[in-house]
Design a protein around this ligand. Structure first.
Ligand SMILES: [Fe+2]
Ligand SMILES: [Fe+2]
Length: 190
């Protein structure tokens, strides 16, 4: 794997200033959550800094790269290509930053949609993305932030609810992985 500072600098050059600041915020939050839940801090750090590395690509570029990486693009991703920045970012990171750790790759791959039975690292990146310090206010933000350090799965359910509600209000498509993600969390809750 390439050195952290090399990766950070590459990411900085690929993203708008605000998005880079967001990525640093996700990193800071992911490290705190990693300490709280006993997850490898280095994995948290790397996954967080690269998670949005392909987010400034256009819809056309994302679809093109997804094809190049042989990602099986479904009809929902075709209609909402921004969903592809997770999978494309994951495979880009594997190729360019030589990240071989499957857990880090999966955390980046699924950070937008979630999926069922996520690992702790995947959950940390998903929630850190939502609650990091630079996030613009939305109604549930403070309670999700608080819950993330108390009961991670419950914080994830709250986040999935808030994302799905937002998507429905805008009459946008919901990816089936997001539904599976939420269902698996609800089924896992006592
Ligand atoms: Fe993202
Ligand atoms: Fe993000």
């Amino acid at each position: 794997m390439k050195d952290y500072y090399f990766i950070q600098n590459e990411v900085k050059n690929m993203l708008t200033f605000d998005r880079f600041i967001h990525s640093l915020g996700v990193e800071k939050e992911a490290i705190k959550l990693g300490e709280r839940y006993g997850v490898d801090i280095n994995k948290c750090r790397i996954a967080a800094i690269v998670h949005d590395c392909q987010k400034d690509l256009s819809d056309e570029e994302l679809i093109k790269k997804a094809m190049e990486y042989k990602i099986d693009v479904d009809k929902i991703q075709l209609k909402s290509p921004q969903l592809l920045h997770g999978p494309v970012g994951a495979l880009y990171s594997k190729e360019k930053f030589e990240i071989e750790d499957e857990e880090i790759i999966n955390a980046v791959y699924y950070h937008t949609t979630g999926r069922e039975n996520m690992s702790l690292l995947e959950k940390i990146i998903y929630i850190a993305d939502i609650i990091e310090e630079n996030r613009k206010y939305f109604p549930q933000l403070e309670s999700i932030r608080h819950e993330a350090y108390k009961d991670l799965d419950n914080a994830l359910i709250m986040s999935a609810d808030s994302t799905i509600t937002y998507v429905i209000k805008r009459r946008c498509l919901i990816h089936p992985l997001t539904i599976e993600f939420r269902n698996s969390l609800l089924l896992g809750v006592k």
